[in-house]
Design a protein around this ligand. Structure first.
Ligand code: SF4
Length: 399
């Protein structure tokens, strides 16, 4: 079973690979559903394919917008380009792009996006007969429905989401953002109004807000919890799913790395007939997330999946920076968030058991001038006694 991780930039893609992804999905600057993510230029896409293939990792490219007439004219050139650079699959939801891909990139396998809402074996069969290699299942399916699809169409590859944010609507069938903010979710531009705080107003009393559900914090009637199927991995493996997917092309490098290594370690443990440890699952609480749910996996109950009290993220740890290199006792850090002398920090690595904690005893600029604290987007040096593995990421526990 493949572990598939998100990458909103080339840098995040590299960390997904370093931290254990078997495959990575991303998008170019057009036609993906995360317009606010940095995404990859054509030059970077080419480099990303080379990087992934050198590391025996597959790269899938999302071309999963619902295309308008203006897109149709420019899609063939882009699809031809994706074939030229040998991406491993194109993720598609729109039948128009599906047929264009078959014409202009016939050698590249097509994966049917979750945006296409495949919720039955008959729908899977429809796409299979048209030539799709894989279905990325709708998140709204129970495991029994997934098993039925696998039994009826064993030839088609199945991919399912196991972790990350969910929509309150069927993926892609949502016009909230277009309606309230003129930003089209189906063209990668969702402003997430399902996370906003809502109240009731009576027409003749402007400015008087009536709570819909009494709670001092307000109410967030449309706000979905985040999916987490960590505890269901064994059952998913037994179902014969080909790929499990982590959501989050907009998330940080730290999020992608830590969630990827957590699932990777759990899959390896299960394959070795070992139960993943409680501490391993705890890593999923150390990334920014909303309250977790197992969503539709068993029997769906909306009260378990909506989070009415708040739309804020739970943040127990802060992403401080990544380690660029170690020279002797000195590590060079690309700083993402402030830290200070005497802070207690942790460094995580692709292998969880190598993680370390340490206290900051000194901070220096690149020219060796001493500092008491750092600023984001700078490079600093600190001393560390031990030799550490490559690709370390620094985090700080928030009190
Ligand atoms: S508004 Fe919310 S439910 Fe609708 S597409 Fe955006 S994230 Fe999904």
């Amino acid at each position: 079973m493949e572990l598939l991780s998100p990458a909103g930039s080339f840098e995040k893609l590299k960390y997904a690979v370093y931290y254990g992804a078997d495959a990575v999905y991303t998008a170019g600057e057009q036609f993906g559903l995360r317009a606010k993510s940095i995404n990859l230029s054509q030059k970077e896409l080419k480099q990303a394919v080379e990087f992934c293939h050198q590391n025996n990792v597959k790269l899938y490219i999302a071309v999963n917008i619902f295309a308008h007439n203006t897109d149709i004219a420019i899609l063939p050139k882009y699809l031809k380009f994706l074939q030229e650079i040998s991406v491993d699959a194109i993720i598609i939801s729109d039948p128009a792009i599906f047929s264009l891909a078959q014409n202009y990139a016939p050698l590249i396998p097509i994966h049917i996006s979750t945006q296409a809402n495949v919720t039955s074996w008959k729908s899977a069969e429809f796409w299979f007969k048209l030539g799709a290699k894989r279905i990325i299942l709708a998140r709204e399916l129970s495991i029994n429905e997934v098993k039925k699809i696998k039994t009826e169409i064993p030839e088609i590859e199945l991919e399912m989401f196991v972790h990350g944010a969910m929509c309150m609507s069927y993926s892609g069938r949502c016009l909230l953002s277009s309606f309230l903010n003129s930003r089209d979710a189906n063209r990668g531009n969702c402003s997430q109004p399902c996370r906003w705080q809502y109240n009731l107003i009576e027409e003749s009393r402007p400015g008087e807000y009536f709570p819909i559900e009494e709670d001092s914090k307000g109410t967030y009637i449309l706000n979905s919890k985040d999916l987490c199927l960590f505890d269901k991995l064994l059952e998913i493996i037994h179902t014969g799913i080909n790929s499990i997917k982590i959501e989050g092309r907009m998330k940080s490098l730290y999020y992608v790395a830590n969630v990827t290594r957590t699932y990777k370690t759990a899959i390896t443990d299960l394959k070795n007939r070992k139960k993943p440890s409680y501490n391993l699952k705890k890593e999923l609480d150390k990334v920014s997330h909303r309250v977790y749910t197992e969503g539709f996996f068993e029997n769906f109950d909306s009260s378990f999946s909506q989070h009415y009290e708040s739309s804020s993220y739970i943040r127990n740890y802060q992403f401080i920076g990544k380690i660029l290199q170690q020279k002797g006792k000195t590590i060079h850090i690309e700083v993402k968030a402030k830290f200070s002398l005497n802070d207690e920090l942790e460094i995580i690595f692709p292998e969880i058991e190598k993680d370390i904690k340490f206290k900051v005893r000194n901070i220096r600029k690149e020219d060796d001038e001493s500092l008491n604290f750092t600023k984001p987007n700078t490079i600093v040096k600190i001393d560390l006694e031990q030799k550490i593995p490559l690709h370390g990421i620094i985090r700080k526990k928030l009190i």
